[in-house]
Design a protein around this ligand. Structure first.
Ligand code: UDP
Ligand code: MG
Length: 319
């Protein structure tokens, strides 16, 4: 299990308790990789404490807030299982669905996605924005994101494939679909967030949307070209008309036309530049090639006490 944690505080214990309850209840041999994404509260202390108590819990502390995507990636790179489940640590993703996901995986699916039956805990604007983005994304990239969540199981081969993608700003929801592999979906009810608000701000969500789009499709760039071409055709028509009028001698009226043209052209020019800028920024980021996250601290379970006469490596195969 891989779970990103950002300022969840008491939620950490609630989450670990619930998850352990479900997993042991289903008799699943598991490991829990908790990635603290630079929390500023006592989340890390709680993670470290849990890791000390329970040798199935491991903690990873990033050196600052790198964002959920990077935290998930860090967890995936450190997870050891034959299959890995990515789950939010705020209990919005129902742990009760995990045994079913594992069953699908044992039946042969390499990727098991949980899709949401409902959308709770979001305002009207968030819901509308989310739907708009998912539709646009699905239409432009052929990667289906409608009702998708980050709650996913990846088998080892799929995980290895995902980790081979080199891009700096990863978009887990998209890349884990892009890799293909035999897939299966289950429907889940997303719970209300137990405490407080979503950790996303409008800005970070907007960034995620732009990152997701620019890393998956260059359609916006082509759109700029298309609109440019449309303008060109329009320019020829309007130019001809103006010329004819000028020759005919009545060319004084038309002030509103000029204003409108200026507004439309100005807007489009700036938007077009913005789109190009986004792609340029991506290229810049990728070229710099900085690490996607930095680890500041780890909380590993204490090594088992050595009993005289017992082979120390005997426990190795368990993970
Ligand atoms: N999260 C994170 N880093 C961030 C923001 C969020 O690791 O910068 C974690 C957070 O602790 C939670 C998960 O990502 O486990 C989803 O965050 P949240 O519930 O705030 O988002 P939402 O459910 O609204 O998508
Ligand atoms: Mg949440």
């Amino acid at each position: 299990m891989v779970a990103p944690i950002f300022n969840e505080s008491a939620g950490v214990d609630r989450f670990v308790d619930r998850l352990t309850e479900v997993l042991t209840g289903a008799g699943l041999d598991h490991e829990l990789v908790l990635v603290d994404d630079g929390s500023t509260d006592d989340s890390w202390d709680r993670v470290a404490a849990r890791a000390l108590l329970d040798d199935r819990v491991r903690g990873l502390r990033l050196s600052r807030n790198f964002g959920k995507e990077s935290a998930v990636l860090a967890g995936l790179e450190h997870a050891a299982g034959d299959a890995v489940v990515v789950i939010d640590s705020d209990l919005q993703h129902p742990p009760g669905a995990i045994p079913e996901m594992v069953r699908r995986w044992r039946e042969g699916a390499h990727v098991v996605e949980a899709v949401k039956r409902n959308r709770t805990g979001q305002g009207v604007v968030g819901r509308l924005g989310g739907r708009l983005f998912n539709r646009a994304f699905t239409g432009l990239t052929q990667v289906d994101l409608v009702n998708a969540t980050d709650f996913r199981l990846l088998g080892r081969p799929a995980l290895e494939a995902l980790l081979r993608l080199p891009e700096h700003s990863s978009f887990f929801r998209g890349t884990s679909s892009w890799i293909g592999f035999e897939r299966s979906t289950i429907e889940v009810d997303i719970e209300h967030r137990g405490d407080g608000r979503s950790r996303w701000t409008f800005r970070s969500l907007f960034r995620l949307a732009v990152n997701g789009l620019t890393s998956f499709t260059s359609a916006p760039l082509h759109l700029v070209t298309m609109v440019g071409l449309a303008f060109a055709a329009f320019a020829v028509l309007l130019g001809a008309q103006t010329l004819i009028r000028w020759i005919g001698g009545d060319s004084v009226a038309g002030f509103p036309t000029v204003i409108l043209l200026l507004l439309v052209m100005g807007t489009f020019l700036l938007l077009g530049l913005g789109v190009i800028g986004e792609y340029l920024a991506r290229i810049h980021e990728e070229v710099r090639g900085r690490p996607r996250y930095l680890v500041q601290d780890r909380a590993e379970p204490l090594p088992p006490a050595v009993v005289p006469g017992q082979w120390v490596g005997a426990d190795r195969g368990r993970r």
